[in-house]
Design a protein around this ligand. Structure first.
Ligand code: NAP
Ligand code: ZN
Ligand code: ZN
Length: 347
C-alpha cells in the first residue's frame, strides 16, 4: 500500500483538515504520481456542501491533478519515471461499452468512476481525490503533459480546460464563429482562451464588471455586464454557440434569445437544482439547448497538446493547504482569478 497525506472534509461543509490514508499498491498497469498541484473546481465545493445530493465523508476532493511519475508498474507503456502527468475527473470506466470504445469514457454506459466521492470499481474502495500528495492510477486514465507547460497552470486544464474544450470542438467552433461565454470563472476563462485560439469572435457575458480587462487579455472581443434582462436585448440573435458555465441559479431564457437561428446553448455549469426553460424561445429560431460533461481521455490529451502548441495555461492563484477554506468562500463569491491551485508540498 502507499501511504498518502490528503486534505479532507470530515463531514458536509466542514473545514479541511489533514488526513492520512492509503492508496492501493502499484498494479502492473498503474503509475504512482507525486502530485505537484491540484486545482479547486467549483464541483468540489458543490460536493463538499452536498449541493448535488448526499456525499461520502471523509472526502478528499480534487480532480485537476498535475504531477510527476515516480514509479511505473511492470506493464506500463505510456509513461516513464519523471514524466509530467495529469489526471482529471474520472479514474476508470467499464472499458467495454460503445462510449468507452469510442473514447467517450465520461459517458460510459455503466457510469464512469469519479476521482473522488464515489466507490471505485471494486465496489468497496472510496475514491480519494487530488488534494493529496500521491496518486495511483491506471495509465489508461491519465494524460501526458508536455514538459514545456508549467504544472501549476496546467492542473486546472484537467477539468476546467477539457469541459469547455469538448463542446467547442463538438459544435465545430472555428474562424468566424460567434461564441458567448456566460461566467468568467475557472471554466469560463478557459472557454474564452480556447474559443479565441480557434478563431471565434468571443463575447463574455458576466455579472462582474471588474473582470472586463482580464477577459480582453484572455482573448475576448466583447464584454457585456449582465445585471438585468435589458442588458441582453441589444444582443438578440447574435451567437452561434453559448457556453453556460455559471455555477448558480440564473434565468437561462434571457440568454436563449441571444442565439442566432439554429444556434445552441450548451450548459456546462451545474448548480444542482432544476430550473425552468420556456420552450417557446427554442421554437422561434430552431434553437437547441444542450449539455456537455468533461471529455474522454483521447480528447483530454488532444486538449493538453493544443495548449502546448498555443502556449495556453490557466490563470491561477497558487495557494497553500491552509488557505483552501478561504479559497472556497472566494470562489463562491466569484472572486477567483481564475483558478485556485493547491501547492501539494504544503499538504
Ligand atoms: P467558478 O470558477 O466559480 O465560476 C463560475 C462563474 O459563474 C463565476 O466566476 C461567475 O462569473 C458566474 N457566477 C457565479 N455566481 C453567479 C450568479 N449568482 N449570477 C451570475 N453569475 C454567477 O466555477 P467553475 O469551477 O468554473 O464551475 C462552473 C460550474 O460548472 C459549476 O457548477 C461546476 O460544478 C460545473 N462544472 C461542470 C463540468 C461539466 O463537466 N459539465 C465540469 C466542471 C465544472 P462572472 O463573475 O463572470 O459572472
Ligand atoms: Zn471539475
Ligand atoms: Zn463503458
Amino acid at each position: 500500500m502507499n501511504q498518502v497525506r490528503g486534505l479532507a472534509a470530515m463531514s458536509k461543509g466542514a473545514p479541511f483538515v489533514r488526513h492520512d490514508f492509503e492508496r492501493r499498491a502499484l498494479g502492473s498497469n498503474d503509475v504512482l504520481i507525486d502530485i505537484a498541484y491540484a486545482g479547486i473546481c467549483h464541483s468540489d465545493i458543490h460536493q463538499v456542501r452536498e449541493e448535488w445530493g448526499p456525499a461520502i465523508f471523509p472526502m478528499v476532493p480534487g480532480h485537476e491533478i498535475a504531477g510527476v511519475v515516480r514509479e511505473v508498474g511492470a506493464a506500463v507503456s505510456k509513461f516513464s519515471v519523471g514524466d509530467h502527468i495529469g489526471v482529471g475527473v474520472f479514474i476508470d470506466s467499464c472499458r467495454q461499452c460503445k462510449p468507452c470504445k469510442d473514447g467517450l469514457e465520461q459517458y460510459c454506459d455503466q457510469g464512469m468512476t469519479g476521482t473522488y466521492n464515489t466507490l471505485e470499481r471494486d465496489g468497496v474502495t472510496v475514491a480519494m481525490g487530488g488534494y493529496s500528495n500521491k496518486f495511483v492510477v491506471d495509465e489508461k486514465y491519465a494524460v501526458k503533459i508536455a514538459p514545456s507547460l508549467p504544472l501549476d497552470g496546467v492542473a486546472p486544464l484537467l477539468c476546467a480546460g477539457i469541459t469547455p474544450y469538448s463542446p467547442l470542438k463538438h459544435w465545430k467552433v472555428s474562424k468566424g464563429s460567434r461564441v458567448a461565454v456566460m461566467g468568467l470563472g475557472g471554466l469560463g476563462h478557459m472557454g474564452v482562451k480556447f474559443a479565441h485560439a480557434l478563431g471565434a469572435h468571443v463575447t463574455v457575458l458576466s455579472h462582474s464588471a471588474n473582470k472586463e480587462g482580464d477577459a480582453r487579455a484572455m482573448g475576448a472581443d466583447d464584454f457585456v455586464v449582465v445585471k438585468s434582462p435589458e442588458d441582453l436585448k441589444p444582443l438578440s440573435r447574435s451567437f452561434d454557440l453559448i457556453l453556460n458555465t455559471v455555477s448558480a441559479q440564473i434565468d437561462i431564457n434571457i440568454y436563449i434569445a441571444t442565439l442566432k437561428i439554429d444556434g445552441t446553448l450548451v450548459v456546462i455549469g451545474l448548480p444542482g437544482a432544476p430550473y425552468p426553460v420556456h420552450v417557446g424561445s427554442l421554437l422561434n429560431g430552431r434553437k437547441s439547448l444542450a449539455g456537455s460533461m468533461i471529455g474522454g481521455i483521447a480528447e483530454m490529451q488532444e486538449m493538453i497538446d493544443f495548449c502546448a502548441t498555443h502556449s495556453i495555461v490557466s490563470d491561477i492563484e497558487v495557494i497553500s493547504a491552509d488557505y483552501v477554506d478561504t479559497a472556497y468562500e472566494r470562489t463562491v463569491a466569484s472572486d477567483v482569478k481564475y483558478r485556485f491551485v493547491i501547492d501539494a508540498a504544503t499538504i
